[in-house]
Design a protein around this ligand. Structure first.
Ligand SMILES: Cc1cc2nc3c(=O)[nH]c(=O)nc-3n(C[C@H](O)[C@H](O)[C@H](O)COP(=O)(O)OP(=O)(O)OC[C@H]3O[C@@H](n4cnc5c(N)ncnc54)[C@H](O)[C@@H]3O)c2cc1C
Length: 289
């Protein structure tokens, strides 16, 4: 099938892109990497009045910036750039690891971080990492700039709090805990996840762990935090009993969907097993160095 007809526009600045979104009264769509939008147009799941191609806005939207304790990634940064960025390897290793699970090389060469956040796929790796690390989504619209906490941004399957006349300009991360681990189970390598897990925490010299956050993908209609599990592990020593208890508590924050990839029952079966293993692996890592 071919897309329905639409206007194709290439703005020369973010201001022009936003003015164009405003002009079309919410019926226009931003085109970034096109890895989700183009198939949706082709299948006529979307019939926008205009497609606003932001690929010429690399100067404004294509940077990875480290400033003090903050790291800001422009909306147009491609997965492959983030994957190989020394700044991300040093400051946000969880993000670099998670991105390697997205699609294949072709998808990662084109897909963008802003596109991934906007797409808000409940199994999306970037959305999961943004939530787990407590990132801030940077947004510009006709009313000016807004900063939205990732925790609260994803409100349903492929749904978020972005207005139809707004665009994402970047995502900002603060200081992150010193340890992280990521796990993903799909039907085959680099397919969309059946279950994905992201864990961050900081070990202290007295044997306890702090700043614990656990994110789950594929376990609800949005990525979600396993809050009860993280509370159990916060300030605690991660012995076998604590890890087993936390792994089971994660089910409290899950409401696994049933879809073509897996049944809800199978997802619920996988969660405590893989979270338990992921946490045990993190607990066993040397605490210094
Ligand atoms: C074969 C294949 C495998 C894939 N596997 C995975 C996977 O394992 N994990 C995963 O997470 N994704 C996967 N994807 C999807 C891919 O990650 C997309 O790149 C991503 O979902 C969207 O990024 P994009 O830059 O391509 O956005 P586009 O496709 O250009 O846009 C997607 C949506 O976001 C909107 N949008 C884009 N940029 C902005 C912006 N700056 N502001 C506001 N709205 C914006 C668009 O209007 C559109 O609605 C896969 C895709 C393919 C084709």
């Amino acid at each position: 099938m071919k897309p329905a007809s639409f206007e194709y526009l290439r703005p020369e600045s973010v201001a022009e892109a936003v003015a164009t979104l405003d002009l079309y009264g919410g019926t226009a769509r931003i085109l970034a990497g096109g890895q989700s939008l183009v198939p949706m147009l082709g299948m006529r799941l979307m019939r926008p009045g205009a497609v606003i191609d932001i690929n010429g806005l690399g100067e404004e939207l294509g940077r990875i910036e480290a400033r003090g304790s903050e790291t800001t990634i422009g909306a147009l940064v491609r997965y492959s750039e983030a994957e190989t960025s020394p700044v991300i390897a040093e400051r946000l290793p969880l993000l670099g690891t998670a991105i390697r699970h997205i699609g294949d090389r072709q998808v990662r060469n084109r897909g963008t971080l802003g596109g991934a956040i906007a797409q808000s796929d409940p199994t999306g790796e970037v959305a999961l990492v943004a939530l787990t690390l407590g990132a801030t989504v940077l947004v510009t619209g006709p009313g000016g700039e807004r900063e939205l906490a990732a925790d609260g941004f994803f409100v349903g399957s492929y749904a978020n709090t972005l207005g139809p006349e707004e665009m994402i300009t970047g995502v900002r991360f603060g200081v992150v805990p010193s340890r992280s681990a990521f796990f993903e189970r799909g039907r085959k390598h680099n397919d969309f996840a059946v279950l994905s897990l992201a864990v961050v925490a900081t070990p202290e010299s007295d044997g306890t762990w702090h700043d614990v956050r656990i994110g789950m993908g594929g376990m609800n209609d949005t990525p979600v935090l396993a809050r009860a599990a993280a509370e159990r592990l916060e300030g605690a020593r991660w012995d076998e009993a604590a890890l087993a208890e936390a792994a089971t508590l994660a089910l409290r924050d899950a409401d696994p969907p049933e879809d073509v990839r897996a049944s809800a029952e199978y997802r619920a079966h996988l969660l405590p097993i893989h979270l338990g293993r992921l946490l045990a692996g993190l607990a066993k890592e040397p605490r210094h160095g």
